[in-house]
Design a protein around this ligand. Structure first.
Ligand code: ADP
Ligand code: MG
Length: 262
């Protein structure tokens, strides 16, 4: 954690910026990895409370797009505005955005030497300066939400993959984010564990959380997405409501993709 991270108060964000702006606004954004043009002319506005599923073939830029939204990757042109805060090289803005955006990865990225409870309280205590007892109370609340409060004192290695991923979701929620990003959260799980994680995500969606989910789980997309975005070769090729997207795809690349996965 950088020195500046610990000094940011999430309440620094002006109320007017947070109340009226879309959750996420991306305008004409481009990103390169060296000479490789990985994201091309991305335009995307995400409303508050909107649930978006991002689909597309491997290598199409889905992870890179998600990672640009909390500045794990840097974009080179265009704008990314999260909760009214523009992502520039200003570290203060980056820290503000990261305190509002939770992220869950394919590989759960829990700290193996910390218990479930300690994984959940670490950032609230060190980043948000929350007293330990309060952080533990908050963590238990979210562990109950993801239905594993009884695992609080175990280490990640003692849990199943599905349980670890639910801990990762609870850990993110402990920072009380306004937006949650998911990058293939069920791809590393055995089939019998996928449902428990998807059910957790569905419950989160029902709370009104703004969510962007990269996933191949098209049943999940049909059930909770307000909009499905299809990416190919670094571009948003097509976007629509789930029913239109699945039943009436317009683009040839979307049709090909759907014929391969459905
Ligand atoms: P997806 O998540 O859709 O599979 P990614 O965003 O991971 O796609 O990757 C998009 C493209 O960028 C791929 O061709 C990938 O090989 C490339 N790529 C991803 N990360 C890097 C990196 N750090 N450096 C260079 N190329 C990368
Ligand atoms: Mg990816």
């Amino acid at each position: 954690m950088s020195e500046t991270t610990t000094t940011i108060d999430r309440n620094d964000v002006p109320a007017d910026a947070t109340s009226t702006a879309p959750a996420i606004e991306i305008r004409d954004m481009n990103k390169w990895y060296g000479a490789f043009h990985v994201l091309r002319d991305i335009d995307l506005t995400v409303a508050r409370g909107e649930r978006i599923v991002i689909a597309g073939p491997s290598g199409s830029g889905k992870s890179t797009l998600i990672r640009c939204i909390n500045r794990l990757e840097e974009h080179q042109s265009g704008q990314i505005i999260v909760d009214g805060i523009e992502l520039t090289s200003d570290i203060k803005n980056i820290d503000k955005v990261r305190s509002e955006v939770g992220m869950v990865f394919q590989h759960f990225n829990l700290f193996p030497h910390l218990t479930v409870l300690e994984n959940c309280t670490l950032a609230p205590i060190w980043v948000r300066k929350m007293p330990k007892a309060k952080a533990e109370e908050l963590a238990m609340r979210f562990l109950e939400k993801v239905r594993i409060p009884e695992q609080a004192n175990k280490y990640p290695g003692q849990l199943s993959g599905g349980q670890q991923q639910r801990v990762a979701i609870a850990r993110s929620l402990c920072m009380e984010p306004r937006i949650m990003l998911f990058d293939e959260p069920t791809s590393a799980l055995d089939p019998e564990m996928i449902k428990e994680v998807l059910d957790t995500m569905i419950e989160l969606a029902e709370t009104g959380m703004t969510m962007l989910c990269v996933t191949h789980e098209m049943g999940f997309a049909q059930a909770v997405a307000d909009r499905v975005i299809f990416m190919d070769q670094g571009q948003i090729v097509e976007q629509n409501t789930p029913s239109e997207f699945f039943n009436n795809p317009q683009n040839e690349r979307t049709k090909l993709f759907l014929s391969q996965i459905l």
